[in-house]
Design a protein around this ligand. Structure first.
Ligand SMILES: [Zn+2]
Length: 438
């Protein structure tokens, strides 16, 4: 399969409208973002303008719409803008809003597609990340929703929608490309069943709701300001919601989704299942770096130097030495690391201090190499300028670089260290060591 590039927006673009649940005016602005940024929401109306990452771990509720959040900050009804960004090929963007919900528009994703076309979509110099379905997966709910993901070299959806008593049963199957999305899916509007929304109208929970931004189905009749845009508009909107909810995965899916009576909660279940499968397959498919440069050390050799043992050995092997003052080690971080159990349950992140420990262990090996001639050993004394730039997750391969920058008065040594995952620096620090006689 040909490599595809990541894309962002060519420039910023925005529009204003009404939010569905509060009925207030909201302005939404799409901003370009760098490689590997993903889609983030920014609440411009709150102090310090907090951002919320589009990821399944941030999913809060799936009642009628998809809500994500971090801490106490929420953004509601994110699925239509996410569907438009994802399907139109935008990987990296910031969605700025001055409220907790995007403008509902006409209940479809057309306004967002127009906005994205106005901003333009531009390629970035990094390859897109995909989840390739390798074997069938499925999720289902007690209420009769069923989602199946099958291997396919394209992104396709085959969807069956059915209302109460199987009224308005509709089926559509298509590959999802930007052109298909814009023409066939984005214009499909939100629809609601009268019996579902009547209690909400009574409780005044959908202040911005009207026949201008949703189709209301009452019995056999369809109420809307504008006639149906497609005879099967409902199934098309279901596909729109699937695409939007799937964006919570944080990467693209290559596969065929077969959906029967889908809804936000089953969509989210499928994303969770894919995310679990992704973590599992990354943990077994870790790159095995080979020794290079002036040769390295395997695990046995480095354990003859370092006294550290499992679970505190933070380097698997040394892959290169460069001259007398540079070294590179590697550690495969798997979900089986004991620290992931408590750091944190359901949200595994490698502790930053353990990355510093990895830097110290790798630098120590370099000092040992020098001490062979000097007869002394280096002891870790202090760390300065330590920064943690990106989280290290299960499945990552940590490349640990150390460079000896100073050996002052033959008593102290300083090493500049940094850890790299997927070609970006995840942590760095300046480590000081004291030389002591053996
Ligand atoms: Zn929707």
């Amino acid at each position: 399969m040909a490599a595809e590039f990541q894309h962002t927006l060519g420039k910023a673009a925005g529009f204003s409208g009404t939010s569905l649940h509060t009925g207030e005016k909201v302005t939404l602005k799409l901003q370009p973002a760098p490689i590997d940024h993903g889609i983030k929401f920014k609440r411009k109306d709150l102090q310090e303008e907090p951002t919320i990452d589009t990821k399944i771990d941030n999913l809060k509720t799936v009642e009628r719409a998809t809500t994500i959040g971090e801490g106490s900050v929420r953004v509601h009804t994110v699925e239509h803008v996410l569907a438009a960004l994802s399907a139109m090929g935008v990987d990296n963007a910031i969605v700025e809003m001055d409220a907790n919900e995007p403008p509902i528009g006409d209940g479809s994703a057309s306004a967002y597609v127009e906005l994205i076309k106005r901003a333009g979509v531009v390629a970035q110099e990094a390859s897109r990340r995909f989840f390739d379905a390798r074997e069938p997966m499925h999720v289902e709910s007690k209420a009769g929703s069923l989602l199946v993901l099958l291997p396919d070299d394209k992104f396709r959806i085959s969807c069956t929608q059915a209302g109460p008593e199987n009224r308005f049963t509709q089926f559509l199957s298509t590959e999802v490309t930007p052109a298909v999305f814009e023409r066939e899916i984005a214009p499909a509007r939100t629809f609601v069943y009268y019996e579902d929304v009547q209690p909400l109208i009574d409780k005044n929970l959908i202040k911005g709701g009207s026949l201008e931004n949703a189709i209301v189905v009452r019995g056999e009749s369809v109420l809307s300001k504008e006639p149906l845009r497609f005879l099967d508009e409902f199934v098309r909107h279901k596909m729109l919601d699937i695409i939007g909810d799937l964006a919570l995965l944080g990467c693209r899916v290559r596969g065929h989704i077969v959906a029967v009576k889908p809804g936000h909660s089953t969509n989210a279940e499928l994303v969770r299942a894919i995310a679990r499968e992704q973590a599992r397959s990354m943990a077994v498919a870790i790159k095995q770096p080979t020794l290079r440069g002036e040769g390295g050390l395997d695990t046995d050799e480095l354990m003859q130097i370092l006294p550290h043992r499992y679970p505190f050995l933070m380097v698997d092997r040394i892959i290169s030495f460069e001259g007398d003052n540079k070294i590179t080690g590697v550690k495969s971080v798997t979900i089986n690391e004991p620290f992931f159990q408590g750091h944190f349950p359901g949200h595994p992140v490698m502790p930053g201090v353990l990355q510093v420990e990895a830097m110290a262990q790798v630098a120590c090996i370099l000092l040992f190499r020098l001490s062979k001639t000097s007869g002394r050993l280096g002891y870790f004394m202090s760390a300065d300028q330590v920064k943690f730039r990106k989280p290290v997750l299960p499945g990552d391969t940590l490349f640990i670089h150390a460079e000896l920058t100073k050996a002052r008065g033959n008593r102290l040594a300083r090493a500049n260290c940094h850890c790299v995952v997927n070609d970006s620096v995840v942590s760095e620090g300046e480590l000081m060591f004291a030389f002591l006689d053996k």
